[in-house]
Design a protein around this ligand. Structure first.
Ligand SMILES: [Fe+2]
Ligand SMILES: [Fe+2]
Length: 173
């Protein structure tokens, strides 16, 4: 059985992860509007991954006899000043999410909730990967530049991203 506090915190995290998907869809729409379909593709793949994150919390609450409650989502931004500005906003958002995951891990420690602790271990590692992958795109934009052939090259590079599995192997929706 999951505690009320952990259930509430994980329901909040479903909201954060779903908002992440919403934000990255919005960024994908922005990139399409600029003709940067590779960057849009990268953001759609990321949005799909975020939906998977929300599902992991959804399934965890459900498997432990808790009750899922879906909270309202804010409207995400829909305009950025440049590709770099959008990816900077993505990095800032992932840093915010890392803080939320750390708060959940702290709560699991405080409540001696081992099941949540194990489940959150994956997210702690995932957040390292999330921040790193956005940082790598920012590095790419620094190297290639944000105009003309450099920008086109960066866009083509990001088009190569292969969307990962939404849930771990063996787990189904
Ligand atoms: Fe996430
Ligand atoms: Fe990831």
């Amino acid at each position: 059985m999951i505690s009320q506090r952990m259930q509430d915190a994980m329901n909040q995290q479903i909201q954060h992860e779903t908002f992440s998907a919403y934000l990255y869809f919005s960024m994908a729409a922005y990139f399409h509007s600029k003709g940067l379909d590779g960057m849009a593709h990268w953001m759609k793949a990321q949005a799909q991954e975020e939906f998977g994150h929300a599902l992991r919390f959804f399934n965890h609450i459900n498997e432990r006899g808790g009750r899922i409650e879906l909270y309202a989502l804010d409207q995400p931004d829909h305009e950025w000043n440049s590709p770099r500005d959008a990816f900077n906003a993505a990095l800032k958002h992932e840093q915010f999410i890392t803080g939320k995951i750390n708060d959940l891990a702290k709560l699991a420690d405080d409540e001696n909730d081992r099941a949540a602790g194990i489940m959150l271990q994956w997210f702690i590692e995932e957040q390292v990967e999330e921040e790193d992958s956005v940082n790598k795109v920012l590095d790419l934009l620094n190297i290639a530049g944000e105009q003309g052939p450099g920008l086109l090259m960066a866009d083509r590079e990001l088009e190569q991203r292969v969307p990962g599995a939404i849930l771990p192997p063996g787990e189904t929706i």
